[in-house]
Design a protein around this ligand. Structure first.
Ligand code: GLY
Length: 575
């Protein structure tokens, strides 16, 4: 297998690299326990809350509950108890790896044609804004499950920071303003949401406080009654009443029967490293396996930058074609996981790649993928015992469906848009899905969220990012960079590019390619689409087992914070 050294990724922007320089604290060589804990999250208040929990004797799983809950309060545009996510856990004492699937489910009254008009056409925005767009939330069930099964501290303790921040408020920053501006009309359309997240129906100024007393009460109900504090009793009654009053189709039964699922992660090897990532209903683990299995047959380090980029793009193209064709909720459809992640299958795909010529996506039968980058959140945690968590959480579009059932403070997701409303018709991000991801009652929509661990004899990486369909290619570039000997500050800062089969374009961040590479890719027949802004918000940790150092970094594109050591050093992404 080839351990690639991909020079393209070493073209790091000096400023970002400097600001996100690695953190480390030395320790004895070849330690079997990390010398210190580390947390990287998309918001400093969440990182701080997690560190406090570790300092109070909690483990990585307790900290994950605290970080998730604080992100739900201070990043209402990204994730929340009205949404869902995937928590990838590793318990060190017995080597137990598990994916906690807290993905939203379609309501029991959902149907495959619910977003179509009488002519069979997709009604724009029906799966994005308002109560019909909302899936049954999974995050409250996931948090209480993780606390009960893996944590050490009571929810009363792990939810305390989130409850305080909801009650006392947090200050608006410029990122909040951008997200609220983007979703202003939808927020204005829901009186309760506007009352909480806007100021006199307009985007609040930087420094204004967002106070969420109803959300504090809902979190308190969860702290007191666990799962039942959300899915039963007064909170559940208000949720269902609010959704139905706003035109939605929820019933009490939907909430009552929601359960998290513990799933076996997807595992595969690349360049002597073992990759552990998430299984369906995420497409992430399978797509990463396909791409990296294809790439393992190329001597990437012997190719020039344009040729390397070309084969990486061709591998992305093929994996994304399969994503749309075959992937969906494996509880409802047969997903050929073994075939798609097998090296034999990758070899056949590899043989179809020509080094000097791009493959037109139109010549590969299939459907399209989805873009994005504004929504969702990720955090990574390593505790001093070696337990670890990679979690990617979402309410889908910024501020989700922009619906808050009165008296709950719960901002609801619009994850129903991750289904294919109609095979062949793109969703808000350009997603066109196939039968495997069609809507059905109680089904989970296909996701790209890909929290991932990478292990080798040398060290352990924990990484993930938001970014819609680009999540998978961001994780891929991070893994290739790790294989290249780089550390988290590099993975989170490197320039990104992406191909998702359809549209048949190579998207790239400003300055990701120099003119010579662009020209060489174009000569091969690639259509290049420069983006006018960056995307993603990766949060990453690396424990170097050879040196005993722990590194953590937060993406310079966001406002997050990575910390090493319970009381330890921190550095914030500032770009
Ligand atoms: N809603 C984003 C994702 O699950 O991929």
């Amino acid at each position: 297998m080839t351990v690639s050294r991909v020079k393209i990724y070493s073209r790091l922007r000096a400023g970002a690299f400097l600001l996100l320089a690695l953190f480390f604290i030395g320790a004895s060589a070849f330690a079997d326990r990390p010398p210190v804990a580390a947390i990287a999250s998309a918001h400093p208040l969440a990182t701080q809350a997690g560190m406090e929990i570790l300092g109070a004797g909690g483990n990585a799983f307790d900290a994950a509950v605290a970080v998730s809950a604080v992100l739900a309060v201070v990043e209402p545009y990204s994730s929340g108890v009205g949404g869902g996510g995937f928590w990838l856990l590793h318990r060190e004492r017995d080597g137990h790896d598990v994916m906690v699937d807290g993905r939203e489910k379609a309501p029991l009254a959902a149907s495959r044609t619910m977003y179509l008009d009488s002519s069979g056409d997709v009604v724009p925005d029906l799966s994005i804004d308002g109560a019909l767009a909302v899936g049954i939330p999974g995050e409250p069930a996931a948090l209480t499950h993780i606390a009960d099964r893996y944590g050490r501290l009571p929810l009363k303790r792990t939810l305390a920071s989130a409850i305080r921040l909801a009650r006392d408020g947090f200050p608006v920053d410029s990122h909040y303003r951008r997200m609220a501006q983007f979703r202003l009309a939808a927020l204005q359309a829901d009186q309760e949401a506007a009352g909480i997240f806007l100021s006199d129906d307009e985007v609040p100024a930087v420094g204004e406080r967002i106070v969420q007393p109803d959300l504090a009460a809902t979190l308190e109900s969860m702290a007191r009654y666990g799962r039942a504090g959300f899915y039963k009793g007064p909170v559940a009654r208000r949720l269902v009443a609010g959704v139905r009053a706003a035109g939605g189709i929820w019933t009490r039964e939907d909430l009552d029967e929601y359960r998290v699922v513990e799933r076996e992660p997807v595992r595969f090897e690349y360049g002597g490293m073992r990759v552990t990532s998430v299984a369906p209903p995420s497409s992430g683990g399978i797509a990463l396996a396909t791409i990296l299995n294809i790439l393992s047959g190329f001597a990437l380090d012997e190719l020039d930058e344009a040729a390397r980029t070309h084969v990486i793009v061709e591998a992305m193209r093929r994996a994304y074609r399969d994503r749309a064709e075959f992937l969906g909720d494996a509880d409802f459809v047969a997903v050929p996981v073994e075939r798609l992640t097998s090296t034999g299958y990758a070899q056949r795909l590899r043989q179809s790649i020509r080094l000097e010529q791009a493959t037109a996506s139109a010549s590969l039968k299939g459907q399209a993928g989805r873009q994005g980058g504004r929504d969702t959140t990720h955090f990574s945690i390593l505790d001093g015992e070696g337990n670890r968590v990679a979690a990617t959480l979402s309410i889908n579009y910024p501020f989700g469906a922009c619906v808050v059932p009165p008296g709950t403070g719960v901002l609801l997701n619009d994850e129903m848009d991750d289904f294919s409303a109609k095979p062949g018709v793109p969703n808000v991000y350009g997603l066109v899905g196939a039968e495997a991801n069609a809507i059905a009652a109680g089904k989970r929509p296909l996701s790209s969220m890909s929290p991932t661990f990478v292990e080798s004899a040398d060290g352990i990486a924990i990484l993930g990012t938001p970014g819609g369909s680009r999540i998978i290619t961001m994780i891929l570039l991070g893994i290739l960079d790790l294989a290249d000997g780089m550390r988290p500050a590099s993975w989170v800062g490197l320039p990104r590019f992406h191909h998702q089969y359809l549209p048949d374009v190579v998207q790239y961040e400003p300055d990701a390619f120099d003119p010579q590479v662009i020209s060489s890719l174009e000569k091969r027949g690639h259509r290049l689409q420069p983006l006018d802004s960056t995307y993603g918000n990766m949060q990453a940790i690396y424990w170097d087992r050879k040196t005993g150092r722990v590194y953590a970094a937060s993406d310079p594109r966001g406002v997050g914070e990575a910390r090493v050591g319970v009381s330890g050093s921190s550095l914030r992404g500032t770009q």
